[in-house]
Design a protein. Structure first.
Length: 322
């Protein structure tokens, strides 16, 4: 029995780091409860295909291993195509088989595999998922700080979490848990606005006076879909959270963080550690909990019901919001 009532939602989800797939290379991955292959043509264009060859079902991302080892080898990229290593069938980025080298017969139109719409931005390769196969309905913004020399080179972290995107996203607005899980005061409620037909949720916090007596702007968070947000502590820290569903109960979360290059390195390191280590306290609790569709909410819990209403738009068949 599933712990969560949600299908895999609609959106752009990261399937690889850009730097992990060089031109002419590929790798097998698993997301959306499917086996996929992420690859780049020799010219460098990224592509994502369903993994299994239309011929006899060989995995396009798994190649022949060395004769002295049972370990698999890498995929073969031939120009602008990926080649099945079982019989040499070649597929282009659209998923169509364009060459069967040993056959002179016409290539049948069924000789194709599913191709996924791809977006490369902020150092990640994203694939578009829609439960009914609809085309992309939006894009994701680039984060200017990641390419700004006034900010340090991005710090990448990632983790697999045994939960779903909605459960983990709800954590941001669950104010009461901060005291009991993280040992910190509950955040003060922020101002929430919605843009782009209600899809983009923007949360701004009040400015605060630090221990040095300087008033600083409060947290600013843009959430463009389930699993993607950018958080800014203006002038101090920027980080993007981009997560992908492995299946209905597991997700791969990637965080990319940066801070001003004129910061003391120790201060910057502490900023990064505060965010990346703090989530470890949540993971065991997420792994063991179920979703309550009608929770017994208290006024101090935070805007959980509001978050659920916003999240419902990312399911083609929307679940009950609360």
């Amino acid at each position: 029995m599933s712990r969560f009532p949600f299908p895999i939602p609609t959106g752009w989800f990261p399937v690889a780091r850009s730097g992990d797939v060089a031109p002419g290379e590929g790798r097998p991955v698993r997301f959306f409860s499917r086996d996929l292959v992420v690859w780049r043509s020799e010219r460098g264009a990224p592509a994502v295909l369903d993994a299994y060859c239309a011929h006899l079902g060989a995995h396009l991302g798994v190649g022949r291993g060395p004769k002295d080892s049972p370990e698999p080898g890498p995929p073969i990229i031939a120009g602008e195509c990926i080649q099945c290593q079982f019989h040499g069938w070649r597929y282009d980025a659209s998923g169509a088989c364009v060459d069967i080298p040993y056959s002179t017969a016409p290539i049948p139109p069924q000789a194709r595999v599913r191709a996924w719409d791809v977006l490369e931005v902020n150092g990640l390769i994203f694939a578009w998922h829609h439960l009914h196969g609809d085309p992309p309905a939006w894009t994701l913004p680039s984060i200017p700080e990641f390419d700004d020399p006034a900010w340090v080179p991005p710090v990448y972290t990632d983790r697999v979490i045994p939960s779903c995107l909605q459960e983990v996203g709800e954590n941001d607005v669950d104010f009461a848990h901060f005291q009991f899980v993280h040992g910190t005061p509950a955040p003060r409620p922020g101002t929430v606005t919605f843009t782009e037909n209600g899809r983009v949720k923007i949360t701004t916090g009040d400015s605060r006076v630090g221990s040095d007596g300087v008033e600083r702007p409060g947290l600013y968070r843009e959430s463009h879909q389930l699993g993607w947000s950018v958080v800014r502590l203006p002038g101090r820290l920027t980080f993007m959270s981009a997560s992908a569903p492995i299946d209905e109960e597991h997700m791969h979360q990637r965080w990319i963080l940066t801070y001003p290059s004129d910061f003391d390195p120790e201060r910057g390191r502490k900023f990064v550690e505060t965010y990346t280590l703090g989530i470890n306290e949540d993971v065991p609790l997420w792994a063991a909990k179920i979703y309550r569709p009608k929770p017994l909410l208290r006024p101090e819990d935070g805007p959980i019901a509001e978050f659920r209403r916003w999240a419902a738009q990312f399911y083609p068949e929307a679940p009950e919001p609360n």
